[in-house]
Design a protein around this ligand. Structure first.
Ligand code: PMP
Length: 481
């Protein structure tokens, strides 16, 4: 078999054909080829007081972040063989995969025309790739491009121990990360208010939410420290149950608040994650949608210990319907998300991946950056329209912070304790639709005076009209309280 498969590394074959029993962590480590053994958690990490916040020299024990269900996942043999198809030397006869023959597909050519007039055409081999099964990790040329982009943007200190996985939007990777790690009833640390999509992914696991409040600069490290001290009182950071292992954060353009976590806070939060042996889920789909002079420094950029799983998205800069995102993080964990994909969608749509890859090939990084800048300018002007309208119509009726990134204005309605009925019943009659703040609370049964307004779609005229309607609604509501 080895001879037939040419230069396929031996460790690959071992991994593809594991013994009949369950897929063990040791085998996973063998697969990655770099982590020779899985060292149990660092001995001096037994109690919080004994922990140092220095860079940890010993690899983390990632099995801590896997729940029993995900530890039982094993690679799909067919999916693993599909990978070989991508790297097999020319002349290899491929009896292995169940690939449909693209000659039977009805599509002959796809021509994509960009708004600047440039075009590219998918035909022949590139169209075949776009219509054919691909490895679960992603279309290989795209994976290569994403690696290069991530290295350039974040320059992660732990790069050789990281892997990348293309996902169907960042939500796909994110929800699978929760499924991989959380056990029913476990505590989980979340920035609060929290993105509804994360909430919906976590809730079925009936977690104990440890909600860390935000101020105008995002999650508060002082509150995080207090909560962690309380959680770990008389407990070890290696306890299997009853202590949090995961921390979910949207550092750039928090949804719903539009906050950006400053670098100093990130450093403090990262140090706390090291001290308490937490995995940071860095959900950053608005990374490029900021209105600041410089790009934020990500948690991934400072991840000396290999405890960050980062989720990127192309939804806000290329297209949301193309459904492309990617996860970057420790190989052992990314591999587990990949195994989950192997039994779900098999891989993210090839057509989307090939289109994106061709676009990145056509655009050098300068062109991509120019495009991102134009997207930022567009949304910044929308944000400014929204703020102007808020100042004109809502002054005295509500409070807000100016969003530093993202797509939303988070508004606190004055003099109304709970906006639920106002928003869900009476706002519709006033021809304005907003989201009640309850959608972003771990406990939505609590009264909430906040609403979320999106400024991405309406024109300036519509923004003004909507704000005027909202102001009327709030005034009427306040008069009843
Ligand atoms: N995280 C956050 C904070 C979001 O706001 C969104 C989109 N609403 C997502 C993840 C999911 O984005 P995607 O389209 O990449 O799945």
């Amino acid at each position: 078999m080895t001879a037939n498969l040419g230069n396929v590394p031996l460790r690959f074959l071992h991994c593809m054909f594991p013994s009949r029993g369950q897929y063990k962590m040791s085998r996973l480590i063998c697969y990655t080829g770099r982590w020779k053994c899985c060292v149990k958690s660092v001995s001096n990490h037994s109690t919080p007081s004994a922990m140092s916040t220095h860079t940890q020299q010993v690899p983390l024990d990632y099995s801590r972040f896997l729940n029993p269900l995900s530890s039982r996942r094993s690679p799909s043999k067919i999916r693993e063989i599909t990978k070989l198809y991508a790297v097999a030397p020319p002349g290899t006869v491929f009896f292995a995969g169940g690939f449909p023959n693209p000659r039977t597909f009805p599509f002959a050519e796809t021509k994509i025309t960009l708004k600047d007039g440039t075009t590219f055409t998918l035909s022949g081999k590139s169209l075949e790739s776009a219509l054919q099964y691909q490895p679960t990790q992603g279309y290989p040329p795209l994976v290569k491009q994403l690696r290069e982009m991530t290295l350039k943007t974040h320059n992660p200190p732990n790069w050789e121990n990281y892997e990348i996985l293309v996902t169907t939007g960042s939500q796909d990777g994110l929800s699978k990360a929760f499924d991989m790690s959380l056990e029913e009833g476990e505590p989980v640390i979340v920035q609060h208010p929290i993105y509804t999509g994360a909430l919906a992914a976590i809730k079925p696991l009936c977690p104990q939410f440890i909600c860390i409040p935000e101020d105008e600069n995002g999650m508060r490290p002082d509150k995080l420290k207090e909560s962690l001290e309380a959680c770990f009182k008389n407990k070890s950071v290696n306890d299997e149950r009853g202590v949090p292992k995961l921390m979910y954060i949207t550092p750039t353009g928090g949804n719903p608040t539009g906050t950006v976590l400053p670098l100093e806070r990130k450093k403090e939060i990262y140090q706390l994650a090291c001290k308490y042996n937490l995995l940071i889920l860095e959900d950053d789909p608005y990374y490029h949608l900021h209105f600041m002079n410089e790009n934020p420094i990500s948690f991934l950029s400072m991840d000396t210990e290999g405890r960050v799983l980062r989720f990127d998205s192309f939804s806000k800069i290329l297209s949301s319907g193309i459904r492309l995102g990617f996860v970057t993080g420790p190989k052992q964990l990314v591999k587990m998300i990949e195994l989950h994909m192997q039994v779900g969608c098999l891989h993210t749509a090839s057509l989307s991946q090939v289109i994106a890859s061709n676009l990145f090939e056509l655009w050098d990084s300068g062109k991509l950056n120019k495009h991102i800048e134009s997207v930022q300018t567009f949304y910044k002007s929308k944000r400014d329209m929204m703020i102007r309208a808020a100042e004109k119509y809502l002054t005295g009726l509500a409070e807000w912070n100016v969003p530093k990134a993202g797509m939303f204005l988070w508004v606190k309605v004055k003099g109304v304790q709970d906006v639920y009925d106002m928003v869900s019943i009476r706002a519709v009659q006033k021809n304005v639709l907003v989201v009640p703040g309850h959608a972003f609370l771990a406990d939505p049964s609590q009264p909430c005076p906040y609403i979320r307004l999106s400024y991405t779609m309406p024109s300036e005229e519509e923004i003004n009209k909507g704000m005027a309607n909202l102001a009327e609604l709030i005034k009427e509501e306040q008069s009843h309280h």
